[in-house]
Each structure stands twice: as structure tokens, then as C-alpha cells.
Design a protein around this ligand. Structure first.
Ligand code: NAX
Ligand code: ADP
Ligand code: K
Length: 569
């Protein structure tokens, strides 16, 4: 079952289509409220758990009152406060009939405050995707009460968790006296832009319906939610598949279908050969990290094409004794265009290439990258001497035909530094570009803040313009295909925000390319396994800091094995 990411308008269209197909709005609200109650019931014991539901004027409030009813039926002690919602409302009546105590919020904020002080859970069902103006007045007062109580109740900051089934595979930690559970989206988050109203209360758990709303995955909204659980509200699959969505979420089920087949009779040649080209005197470790990840990806044979002094430093490292080596010509530890001569003979033996980790930014190294990518005609020879006499070194060899290639790190910077259009000169749908927001900004000639504010659209637009797969890294990494398809990673975990994890990702995607995956699929699976390895490590250490990139590479094997289990659930 695919899970998609929606804009507010797409979500409304999906609801309309579901309603037209016979799954009514009332049924969807019933399922939404039931899902909220189920998640809470899974994590808290009904006895002795006091729940306060804050219900607003729209459907979000309706969902909250349905949840209130199911929770009361399950034995929770539930109080609901209505804001801008009549007490005779149908959902309120039904909830009251099951024993939910219901009060108008406006008339007695003191009562509301006392209830929240005694509560274990506050359900935020004030506003959902219908937010359309700044929050002020009574609504701001209500949220302020929750915010203050939440601050008082924080004992320690738990490890973040983002997941998307109702049966979380990782334990959701409930360290606070008071937990905030948001219905669909925390009140005050703009579900399209990710903008956050200052009144917004961060949610420990957000239960979002049918699929994430794109704003939830953008900054700064992403920081206001920890666990995001996607709940099915019964929209028929056929309706979902026929309705437009802005992106697809990479779920365990999807990732599992992408894992390359593994023949019982396979030998190392069957599973692909990866050549990693990178390394320089200042960054000797990066290609090694890429190689460790490629080794763990299941690829058959990994070679490091690096300057000899980088090879000397790396070869004794534990995992890297499993690699073979190709010494490439360099000047003072930086690769130079002559390396093409060595590579021209070697490259045909490889099924995938990873170009970039640790290359450095020497001009001759950029010239090497341009030449390898066949942008050679536009490598400007360096002028020397007086006047206009230009000195040509040895004639440049022909650029070899490259296998599917990951372009990462300084190879991306080399592209950004190329002074003419590079994209039309590359064979289409043959490369995976893996920029972080800074590299993306350089490639696009914009500010990093612009990249972050327009992550999804920019990645989509550039993948189409460049006709290559683009992986825009960071929390909720975006993977965009040349045909306009976009996928989003479900992982936002600062455990990965440490030097070298990008090299690990590049090597992993390279290893998957070598096993025959198409660029977009190799990127989607690679990003997922990389994020999962990070999550597993955060669970193992019970912290989201202090994990090393080498460990992320090593744990890829655990991630692959965990994927099979998670997807099977
Ligand atoms: N996605 C789905 O398929 C389903 C969605 N449902 C729920 O429906 C919600 C959307 O419902 P609605 O469209 O009724 O929207 P909301 O429930 O978010 O509320 C909209 C109302 O709040 C008012 N409002 C907006 N911003 C305000 C502000 N800053 N201050 C004061 N008032 C403000 C609006 O004028 C409008 O009256 C979703 O978030 C979800 O919870 C569910 O009922 C089930 C089905
Ligand atoms: N908060 C986060 N949530 C999820 N993934 C993250 C987060 N921070 C960083 N990452 C991931 O970690 C990797 C960092 O890559 P990069 O920025 O290239 O670092 P480096 O060059 O040091 O390897 C990327 O795959 C990125 O998506
Ligand atoms: K809400």
C-alpha cells in the first residue's frame, strides 16, 4: 500500500474523490478519530490515564471528538473543551453519551487550565489543514496554557522518532508527564508551506490521515513534531492511486520491493563491481567511507581509485582490506586530468561509479572531473606566460563511457564551477546527484535558504531540467526523478548529522546501482537504508548523537535485515 504526500488542496480533492466513490466524509472522520484512539490505547494504559481533548470548529475538532468517544469507551478518563464549536454538535453529543465531560473552552479557561494540569495527554484537535490566518485571541490563550504546562512537564528530551504505521517498530518513548498528541497536524502549522505560527504547541505524536501533508515535512514545521504516524482512514486504494499527490513516501514496504534479487548461485561478478573515485591529501577518509557502504550494500567487488598516499592511509583499515585499489595520478595528493589515462582502460570493467568523496577543490581536480564526465572540450587550459599564448599540456585522452554514476561532494562542486551548461552534455537518466542543501545552492545559483524553503519543488524542477536523479539531502531527504516523480524519505534524525555520512550514502547508492537498480530506485532504497541504519543506531545507543559515519556504514547490514522484518509486518 503506497503512502503519498499531499498538498492541502490535493488532500481535499482526495477526500472529495473518496466521498464520491462511496466512502463518506462522516466515515472518514469516524476512521480518523478511531485511529487516534487506537494509537493512544497502544501506548498508554486506559486506567489512570486522563485525556483532555481540545476540539475546534472544523473537521479537525470533529476527529478529536470521535477520538474522545472511543477513548472513553476504552476506559480512559476524557474531558473535552470546545472552542468555537456548539455544544449540541453531533460529535459532541455522541461523545457525551459515552461519558466524556464536555465544556465550552471560552467560558472557563481556568477549568481548562486545571484539567490540563492534571492530564497525561492533551489531544490537539483545534485546527488542522484548515488554518487560514494568524492565531490570536482565545485560541492563542488556550495554546499558551498547553505550552506552559508542557514546558513544566518536560523531564528530558527524548530521541526523535518518525514513523508511519500504526504499529511503530521502534518504541515510542513517553518521558513526559504530559504528552501532546496532534490530530492530523499540530494547530498552527501551515500544511503547505511548513510555516509555524508562534502559538503552535510541539506535538510528541502526530497522527496524520491518509498521508503526510507536505508542510509537515518542511522546515520549520518538521521541528514541531516528533513521531508522525500515518493512519489509514479507509480511502479506497483505487481512489488514492488515481488522485494527484506531490510525492510518494518511501515506506518499508516500498523499500523492500526495491531490494535487488540475490541469486543462490550468484558469485561476486553477479552482484556488480563498484569503482569509487575520490580522496585527496586533505580528505583521505571520505572514499573509504563510501567503499565501506558499497561493501555493505551487497555489491560484489569494490575498488578504490585514489591517489597512492590515500591508499596507503586507507588500505589497512578493517573493512577496507576487502577492497581492491587503483592508484591514480595526482599532484601533491590531488587527482589530476592524467588520471583519465589510467581510468579509460579500467572503467569498462565496472557496473557503477561513485565520483566525488574527498576529491578536494583544486583546479586540476575539477579539470579531471570535467574531463571524466566528457565535458572536456570546455576545460579551459590555464593561460601562462605573457599575452595570449596558452600552454597545452599533453593532449587529453578520450573520456571513457561511464557506467551509472553517483556524483557527490566535490564532483558536484566541480559541476557548479563549470562555466557552461553541463546538463545537456551528460547522457540522460544515468547519474544520481547527491547534493546537500549547500551543494544544491551552488549548483542552482541560489542561496541555501532558498533551497530549504523550496526543497521539494526545486529538486523536482532540477531533476527534470538536468534529466538526472537528484537526492536533496537533509531531514526528510527528497529523491527526484528525471520524469518528475518525487519521493520523500520518512527519516528526520540528527543522528546522521555528522561528518562522513554523506560519503556513506554515496557509496551505498553506488553499490545498489552496481546491482542493477535504476538510478531513481537505487537512490530511494539507498536513502531509506541509510536513514534506517541511523534510526537503529539511535535506538541502540538510546541517543541521537555521537554516532560515527563508520558505524552507519557498518549498520547498513542490520538495516537491510531489519527492512525485511519491518516490511513483513
Ligand atoms: N484528510 C482527510 O481525508 C480527512 C480530514 N479530516 C480532518 O479535517 C481537517 C480539515 O478540516 P477543516 O477543513 O474543517 O479545517 P479545520 O478543522 O482545520 O478548521 C477550519 C476552521 O477553522 C477556522 N480557522 C482557520 N484558521 C483559523 C485561525 N487562525 N483562527 C481561528 N479560526 C481559524 C476556519 O475559518 C474554519 O472555520 C483535517 O485536518 C483533518 O483533521 C477528517 O475529518 C477525516 C478526513
Ligand atoms: N536531521 C537529519 N535527518 C535525516 N538525515 C540527515 C539529517 N542530517 C543529516 N542527514 C543525512 O546525513 C547525510 C549528511 O551528508 P553530507 O551533508 O553530505 O555530510 P558529509 O559531507 O559530512 O558526509 C545526508 O545523507 C543527510 O541526508
Ligand atoms: K490539530
Amino acid at each position: 500500500m503506497a503512502i503519498y504526500v499531499y498538498t492541502t488542496e490535493q488532500m481535499r480533492a482526495l477526500e472529495r474523490a473518496a466521498d464520491a466513490a462511496g466512502h463518506s466524509y462522516a466515515e472518514m472522520m469516524e476512521e480518523a478519530g478511531a485511529a487516534v484512539a487506537r494509537v493512544i490505547h497502544m501506548l498508554w494504559p486506559a486506567e489512570e490515564t486522563r485525556v483532555v481533548v481540545l476540539a475546534g470548529p472544523g473537521n479537525n475538532g470533529g476527529d478529536g471528538l470521535v477520538a474522545a468517544r472511543f477513548l472513553a469507551q476504552a476506559g480512559f478518563s476524557v474531558t473535552a473543551f470546545l472552542w468555537k464549536r456548539p455544544e449540541q454538535d453531533q460529535q459532541a453529543e455522541q461523545a457525551r453519551a459515552t461519558g466524556v465531560a464536555i465544556f465550552p473552552a471560552e467560558e472557563d479557561l481556568h477549568r481548562l487550565q486545571r484539567a490540563i494540569e492534571r492530564a497525561h495527554i492533551v489531544i490537539d484537535a483545534l485546527l488542522g489543514t484548515g488554518l487560514n490566518r494568524p492565531i490570536e485571541g482565545t485560541l492563542a490563550d488556550i495554546l499558551k496554557i498547553v505550552q506552559e504546562e508542557q514546558k513544566r512537564s518536560r523531564q528530558f528530551d527524548d530521541a526523535p522518532l518518525v514513523w508511519f504505521t500504526e504499529d511503530p517498530s521502534f518504541s515510542i518513548k513517553i518521558p513526559h508527564r504530559l504528552s501532546v498528541v496532534a490530530v492530523d497536524i499540530p494547530t498552527g502549522i501551515n500544511s503547505d508551506t511548513g510555516a509555524v505560527d508562534p502559538a503552535t504547541v510541539p506535538a510528541d505524536i502526530t497522527i496524520t490521515f491518509a498521508g503526510p501533508k507536505v508542510g509537515q515535512l518542511l522546515s520549520p514545521a518538521a521541528t514541531m513534531q516528533k513521531a508522525i504516524i500515518v493512519a489509514d482512514i479507509g480511502i479506497p486504494e483505487a481512489v488514492k492511486e488515481a488522485s494527484p499527490a506531490i510525492a510518494e513516501l518511501v515506506t518499508p514496504a516500498l523499500a523492500a520491493t526495491l531490494l535487488p534479487e540475490r541469486s543462490l548461485l550468484g558469485h561476486k561478478g553477479t552482484f556488480g563491481r563498484v569503482l569509487i573515485i575520490g580522496g585527496s591529501v586533505n580528505y583521505p577518509g571520505a572514499p573509504g567511507l563510501a567503499a565501506m557502504a558499497a561493501l555493505r550494500s551487497g555489491a560484489g567487488l569494490i575498488t578504490l581509485g585514489v591517489p597512492d598516499l590515500v591508499a596507503m592511509a586507507l588500505a589497512p583499515k578493517q573493512d577496507l582490506t576487502n577492497c581492491t585499489w587503483l592508484m591514480l595520478p595526482h599532484d601533491l595528493g590531488a587527482l589530476k586530468p592524467d588520471a583519465i589515462k589510467v581510468l579509460a582502460d579500467e572503467i569498462p570493467a565496472y557496473d557503477a561509479l561513485v565520483l566525488g568523496p574527498g576529491l578536494g577543490q583544486e583546479e586540476m581536480t575539477f579539470a579531471f572531473v570535467w574531463a571524466l564526465l566528457g565535458l572536456r572540450a570546455h576545460v579551459a587550459p590555464r593561460p601562462s606566460g605573457i599575452g595570449f599564448i596558452k600552454e597545452h599540456a599533453t593532449p587529453e585522452p578520450e573520456a571513457p563511457t561511464l557506467p551509472p554514476t553517483v556524483i557527490d561532494a566535490d564532483a558536484l562542486n566541480a559541476l557548479a564551477a563549470f562555466d557552461e551548461e553541463w546538463a545537456p552534455r551528460l547522457p540522460p537518466n544515468h547519474f544520481v546527484l547527491t547534493p546537500h542543501p549547500g551543494e544544491m545552492a551552488r549548483l542552482c545559483g541560489v542561496e541555501p535558504s532558498y533551497v530549504q524553503a523550496n526543497r521539494l519543488q526545486l529538486a523536482q524542477q532540477k531533476a527534470q531540467e538536468w534529466q538526472q536523479t537528484v537526492v536533496l539531502k537533509g531531514a526528510y531527504t527528497i529523491i527526484a526523478a528525471p520524469d518528475g516523480h518525487v519521493s520523500v524519505s520518512p527519516f528526520a534524525t540528527p543522528v546522521l548529522a555528522t561528518a562522513g555520512t554523506g560519503d556513506v550514502l554515496a557509496g551505498l547508492i553506488g553499490g545498489l546501482l552496481a546491482q542493477g537498480l535504476a538510478p531513481y530506485d537505487a537512490a530511494r532504497l539507498g536513502v531509506f537504508l541509510h536513514g534506517l541504519a541511523g534510526r537503529l543506531l539511535a535506538d541502540e545507543y538510546e541517543t541521537d548523537r555521537g554516532v560515527l559515519a563508520t558505524e552507519v556504514a557498518q549498520w547498513l547490514t542490520h538495516a537491510i535485515s531489519a527492512l525485511a522484518n519491518i516490511a513483513g509486518e
